[in-house]
Design a protein around this ligand. Structure first.
Ligand code: ADP
Ligand code: MG
Length: 297
């Protein structure tokens, strides 16, 4: 292999907004049979909006949103940003700025916990509430199921150990994602959607962009295991992601591709970063690698 041709490939990549870590990465792009796509922020915009909330117990909607918005101000998660933005918008002018949370803890892939104005607040998925022993009223199941069927992302809130409500967030698929998935298929790669989010939300996005294989409710470690399992089946796997929770899976993949719009942790773990958040750049990156490799043979 002539190093010059490899460097030309990486130089051309930079022009296309594709940053390749080193010439040796091009080699990894050969023979990719499967491309795993993270959902939130990769296939979707990651700019979630709060679409509904259901306060419970002694809490009304405003009080719930205030506590939740305050706690989530400590997190960068798309659900957190949706909740904090909604709280700032609807309460900001009426109740001043949101209180600053204390003892904030991010439970990667599960939720967040902390103290707001003396109250102990938990926000996260159902299993997260279970792990703290929060008793959930019967109607919660139906509420979650309806939201998930609609393709939304519901999270639960507990205050001082008691269930306090459900917040429902929703995301939209990027305009270019369906076309990007078609391109990846045309390049001979089978797409798989991988997410920590619920199965309903995952299924809705998969159907919208033309992906048949879905792995949902995956914890960060499950994401790594999913990549390894597919590799164990003899598949050569590219992984595309943007989050802290994708980093280990990006490193595990034969080819890791990070979205430049995502977290630094993901970009550090990846072999390639596509500067624009456009998923079509992934196909461009693979095409460029293959073309460069052909030139040098
Ligand atoms: P994704 O693969 O969609 O990025 P994550 O692993 O980040 O998923 O999160 C999985 C789930 O954990 C979310 O759908 C949500 O239910 C819960 N969760 C994670 N972080 C938070 C947070 N800051 N606030 C509320 N819920 C969260
Ligand atoms: Mg993501």
């Amino acid at each position: 292999a002539t190093p010059t041709a490899l460097l030309v490939g990486t130089g051309r990549g930079a022009q296309l907004g594709i940053l390749i870590k080193g010439p040796e990465v091009l080699e990894s792009s050969r023979g990719i049979t499967t491309v795993i796509l993270d959902k939130t922020g990769t296939v979707t915009t990651g700019a979630m909006q709060l679409t509904a909330l259901h306060a419970a117990g002694q809490w009304n909607d405003d009080a719930l949103l205030r506590l939740a918005g305050a706690l989530e101000s400590g997190s960068e998660h798309p659900v957190a940003r949706a909740v904090t933005n909604a709280a700032r918008e609807s309460l900001g002018s009426r109740q001043g700025t949101l209180p600053v949370p204390e003892d904030f803890t991010n439970h990667q892939g599960h939720g967040v916990s902390g103290r707001v104005e003396g109250h102990r607040v938990l926000i996260g998925r159902r299993r997260f509430m279970d792990s703290f022993g929060v008793a959930l009223p019967g109607e919660v199941d139906g509420l979650l199921e309806r939201a998930e069927t609609l393709g939304s992302t519901p999270v639960l809130v507990a205050v001082d150990g008691e269930f306090a409500g459900v917040l429902i967030a929703a995301d939209t698929v990027k305009e270019t994602s369906a076309q990007a998935v078609q391109q990846l298929k045309a390049l001979g790669m089978q797409p798989v959607l991988l997410t920590g989010d619920n199965y309903g939300a995952a299924q809705q996005v998969a159907a919208e962009v033309g992906i048949d294989e879905v792995i949902a409710e995956a914890l960060p470690q499950d994401k790594v295991d999913a990549v390894a399992r597919l590799q164990g089946q003899g598949r050569t796997v590219a992984m595309v992601g943007d989050g802290v929770n994708d980093a280990a899976a990006l490193a595990q993949a034969d080819l890791g591709i990070a979205m430049g719009t995502g977290t630094d942790v993901a970009m550090e773990a990846a072999d390639i970063t596509v500067i624009r958040g456009d998923l079509r750049s992934v196909g461009d990156a693979v095409r460029l690698s293959r073309r460069t490799l052909r030139t040098i043979r």
